[in-house]
Design a protein around this ligand. Structure first.
Ligand code: C2E
Ligand code: CMP
Ligand code: CA
Ligand code: CA
Length: 381
């Protein structure tokens, strides 16, 4: 949108539906007093945004704006702005609302012009909860309250336990045993996933050593869930190599479980996967078939195992089409020389059907729930 020098863009006290980014030119922001006198608040130039406040706090325009020169303005619609704010972190949202309120108050005391009531909604419940959980998780890590549980993975043909999936739990003195659904996202969106992630690796290495001491020579592999952020951490590959050396474990006995979502991080992921494979780690593709499946990625990724998501396993006995989908996935996996693990098997019928369709391994409540390490050790014969 083009405006001419001297044009009034909007007036204080009006409602607003749009904000503006100045592509070139200058704009003045000013208050108008009752006697029509004006007081200047700011002069804005190229790259700056104005008119955002009325959209963010659903209040009236806090000031008037006029072009100081011919200007080209990029119009930002209300939804464009609000969608971005609403999808941001709750703590950031609270800060934006607070800053907005402060600026309105400052303008008011600077110019003496009361242009609106200042009852901005500063409800901070979401932000408080999130900050508290983050803080509690930080303490939990330092107080050693995280636990690694293991869910056994069975060979569907021999019935033998071939390994386990490591699943994190938080043993909170106040809340009891907390499942990762309640906190893994918070860990992953903070930098805490990095130290906690390496702790998970070390704990799994210690557990594997303990299993080997109890059952020398046993063929047992542990799957470790790894998030995109962990994978992209600078020195991830060197760090897990060093940790494996420190604990004297063979990386071939560990699978890194990643989901397809990781491919959204770009081609660099394939390079990191190749380097992990070079160290001996196996790679397993988790939750296959949910959301973001792309056959192109499947052929690019250097993976060894494919885990068929529980949603397919569940619908096998009720939906005839599910059988067609599952057998196609298994056919594809075999062509790509991948081993198949079926997730979330709860009934004998599901175990039977998955075995019939060609799945190599199975995991689910039918065989065992995720167990504390000592219980896992007891269950290995
Ligand atoms: P996931 O990797 O898909 O793990 C499988 C989840 O399904 C586990 O939930 C497991 O307890 C549950 N499950 C296993 N068998 C059955 C079954 O037969 N029926 C049903 N209904 N559920 C079954 P959990 O332990 O609550 O973990 C949830 C998610 O949290 C995991 O999903 C994974 O994405 C994440 N997670 C867990 N541990 C870790 C970890 O150490 N690191 C990272 N980055 N993520 C983790
Ligand atoms: P809004 O309240 O929608 O309309 C007036 C705009 O002027 C406001 O959004 C801000 O973009 C801008 N604005 C208000 N006060 C100031 C200030 N003190 N400094 C710079 N810009 C301001
Ligand atoms: Ca998993
Ligand atoms: Ca899964």
């Amino acid at each position: 949108m083009q405006v001419k020098k001297g044009d009034l863009i909007f007036r204080q006290g009006q409602k607003g539906d749009q904000a503006y980014l100045i592509e070139n030119g200058q704009v003045e922001i000013f208050h108008t007093h009752k006697n029509d006198q004006e007081s200047l608040l700011a002069v804005l130039g190229e790259g700056e945004i104005f008119g955002e406040m009325a959209l963010i706090d659903s209040n009236i325009r806090s000031a008037s704006t006029r072009a100081l020169s011919d200007c080209r303005l990029l119009v930002i619609e209300r939804d464009q702005l609000l969608e971005r704010i609403e999808s941001s972190d709750v703590v950031v949202q609270l800060m934006v609302r607070i800053l907005m309120k402060r600026l309105r108050q400052q303008n008011q005391s600077k110019s003496g012009v009361a242009v609106e009531n200042l009852t901005t909604d500063l409800s901070s419940a979401g932000a408080v909860e999130k900050l508290k959980l983050e803080h509690d998780l930080y303490e939990a890590y330092h107080k050693n309250e995280f636990r690694i549980f293991h869910q056994p993975v069975k060979d569907l043909h021999t019935g033998r336990i071939m390994g386990s999936e490591a699943l994190i739990r938080w043993e909170s003195p106040a809340k009891g045993l907390v499942s990762p659904g309640k906190f893994i996202d918070v860990l992953e969106h903070s930098s805490m996933i990095i130290p906690v992630g390496y702790w998970i690796f070390e704990e799994c290495f210690r557990h594997h050593n303990a299993i080997m001491s109890a059952h020398p020579g046993l063929d047992f592999s542990i799957s470790i869930n790894v998030s995109g952020k962990q994978f992209l951490h600078l020195n991830f590959v060197d760090t897990i190599r060093d940790l494996a050396a420190k604990h004297k474990v063979n990386p071939e006995n560990f699978k890194l479980e990643v989901t397809e979502r990781i491919m959204m991080e770009g081609a660099v992921i394939v390079d990191i996967m190749n380097r992990c494979r070079g160290l001996g780690f196996q790679i397993s593709l988790d939750d296959f078939g949910t959301g973001f499946s792309s056959l192109q990625y499947l052929s690019q990724m250097p993976i060894n195992y494919l885990k068929i998501d529980r949603s397919f396993v569940m619908s096998l006995s009720s939906d005839p089409k599910a059988e067609a989908v599952v057998s196609s996935i298994i056919y594809l996996a075999k062509k790509l020389k991948l081993k198949v693990i079926a997730e979330g098997i709860e009934t004998e019928k599901e175990a039977f059907l998955m075995k019939e369709l060609g799945s190599d391994y199975g995991q689910g409540y039918l065989f065992a729930r995720p167990l504390p390490f000592e219980k896992l050790l007891e269950s290995i014969k």
